[in-house]
Design a protein around this ligand. Structure first.
Ligand SMILES: [Zn+2]
Length: 62
């Protein structure tokens, strides 16, 4: 069992979701779906990078 879920938090609305969940519907036709670092929030449509989240965990305001 390799549960490689990656939960991200939308900087726009704060909604948390799985990265793979976003890619299914937002990047269905994108050829970069494997290596793309961007995800789209299913709730508000905000698009943001997941790679930059690792470095700025402590600096995000409430
Ligand atoms: Zn959002």
């Amino acid at each position: 069992m390799t549960a490689a879920k990656k939960i991200v938090r939308c900087p726009g609305c704060g909604f948390r979701f799985d990265v793979s969940y976003s890619r299914v519907f937002a990047c269905g036709d994108c050829p970069m779906v494997i290596s793309c670092n961007y995800v789209k929030c299913p709730r508000c449509g905000e698009e943001f990078s997941t790679s930059s989240m690792n470095n700025s965990l402590a600096s995000s305001p409430g």
